[in-house]
Design a protein around this ligand. Structure first.
Ligand code: FAD
Length: 451
């Protein structure tokens, strides 16, 4: 009996199902929520298209674009409005633009760094001296240690922390530099100085009309979920709560009072869910991958009441001690998303350092954000709508030693024939990473079955 079960209908599980459909492998997809897509969901509010979770994917990793092309949706892809790509940082309650020439936290231009009020002279001098470092190799260490060593604590507080909070909702003192910034570790090993390495590898200046880094779909990322709708059985409404091995070497997947026999299983939910379903050291390692919670809050205003916003948005470093960790001005980042005459400010709260914010009521969260937007941008108008979306334990944290633990997980999982892992707890948290891993699981099953 060849039958696969996919546990989890987020983008990872849907990508696995897509491959199984292509190969004609029978499967059942089990998703506990009433809808598919996991954290990917697009809402239509008034005349605006607003993402509840992720709003884009990066084009440097090709997996998302490849899948979109295969689905015949290439004409739906839009890029961010990079001519408006200024990001502001909050420092001592004021907005400072990110200086030109930064490659994340690596400075590659002298003059913008000299002029910026984001850093004091001690940091600027340390940044200049960094150019003379010699190649070195370290065991895995935290992002904070790595960045402090190269550019000083102020760069941790005002660049590394807010930039990584946006991606992982994480704490740079815990996150592994090897897992989150592998390219920078390689630069350190080869050149010593990150600035020197960045200058040597600097890509040519993008030409007008060149493809942008952030891409999305015209009608929102929810349209990718719609296009990936599985062609076979989908069971909603109950979690998989146990996974047993059968005497024949297959699996028995228990869900509520039912059970489904399977020759192959893809665990495509968060790592801690896979850990709950598996025993021994493998289960322990999977359960040990920490996850952070966050919420997005979309607030719609009439432009006539708040004026024109500048740039893509604002990052708020944790040291500023605010609840808002970032916000995006949606109409500036992507065209055609927001109804004419309106602006949507999409705010992010939570992350590993402030998970408690998710326990506040919607009204309390919105009131806090309104107060912080008033202080920062002078916005006193009431939003015409405010929609809070909570994402509990949704963002994996690759803490120091993650790569070594992931290798051990892979080794142990390979010893369980028919078992596949996919999701954001392993090799990458972004949508392209999840698509790649889900498709690899689906292809692996299809190849195994046809052998
Ligand atoms: C607020 C937010 C913003 C983000 N922004 C971006 C961005 O702009 N760009 C980007 O590339 N990435 C972004 N990410 C990350 C990216 O969106 C996610 O890592 C990715 O979508 C995760 O997909 P997934 O399928 O692995 O997991 P999920 O989307 O979490 O889906 C897992 C699914 O499994 C189900 N499930 C879990 N356990 C069980 C069980 N036992 N039984 C049945 N069902 C189960 C869950 O209900 C869920 O639907 C963001 C993430 C968040 C939370």
């Amino acid at each position: 009996m060849k039958h696969a079960v996919i546990v989890g209908g987020g983008i990872s599980g849907l990508s696995a199902a897509y491959e199984l459909d292509k190969a004609g492998v029978p499967y059942t997809l089990i998703e506990r929520a009433p809808s598919l897509g996991g954290v990917i969901r697009t809402n239509r509010i008034g005349g605006s298209t607003i993402e509840a979770g992720p709003d884009s994917f990066i084009s440097q990793k090709p997996a998302a674009l490849e899948l979109i092309r295969e689905l015949g949706m290439a004409d739906q892809v839009i890029g961010s409005n990079d001519h408006q790509r200024i990001t502001f940082l909050q420092r001592h309650g004021r907005l400072v633009p990110l200086p030109d020439g930064l490659m994340m936290m690596i400075p590659t231009k002298v003059w913008p760094m000299v002029k910026t009020p984001l850093f004091g002279w001690g940091t600027k001098i340390k940044m200049g001296l960094e150019y003379f470092r010699k190649p070195e190799a370290f065991p895995d260490r935290s992002v904070a240690e790595f960045v402090r060593d190269h550019f000083g604590q102020e760069t941790v507080d005002y660049l590394a922390e807010p930039l990584l909070a946006g991606v992982y909702g994480g704490d740079p003192r815990e996150l592994s530099v090897l897992s989150t910034l592998p390219r920078f570790v390689e630069m350190e090993r080869k050149q010593g100085s990150l600035t020197k390495a960045a200058l040597l590898s600097k890509p040519p200046k993008p030409q007008p009309g060149a493809p942008t880094l952030f891409r999305t779909l015209k009608s929102g990322l929810g349209s990718l979920v719609d296009a990936l709708r599985p062609k076979q059985t989908v069971l909603h409404g109950a979690s998989v709560d146990a996974l047993e091995r059968t005497a024949e070497g297959g699996f028995r997947v228990r869900r509520g009072g039912d059970c489904i026999e399977a020759s192959h299983v893809v665990l495509a939910g968060p790592a801690y869910e896979a850990g709950r379903l598996l025993d021994g050291r493998l289960g322990e390692l999977l359960s040990g991958v920490p996850y952070a919670s966050s919420a997005t809050v979309a607030m719609g205003y009439r432009k006539s009441e708040i004026g024109e916003m500048k740039g893509f948005g604002i990052l708020v470093p944790g040291v500023e001690r605010k609840r808002m960790r970032a916000c995006t001005f949606v109409s500036n980042k992507f065209s055609g998303r927001v109804e004419d005459g309106y602006e949507v400010i999409r705010c992010f709260v939570g992350g590993i350092a402030d998970e408690g914010v998710l326990d506040l009521s919607d009204d309390e969260i919105v009131a806090t954000l309104r107060e912080e937007l008033r202080e920062l941008l002078g916005i006193t108008a009431a939003p015409e709508f405010a929609v809070v979306e909570r994402w509990r334990r949704a963002m994996a944290q690759y803490t120091v030693g993650h790569n070594a633990r992931w290798e051990e997980i892979q080794g142990l999982a390979a010893k369980v024939p028919g078992l596949y892992l996919a999701g954001n707890g392993y090799r990458g948290i972004g949508i392209p990473d999840c698509i790649e891993m889900g498709r690899a699981a689906g292809r692996g099953i299809a190849a195994g079955i046809s052998d």
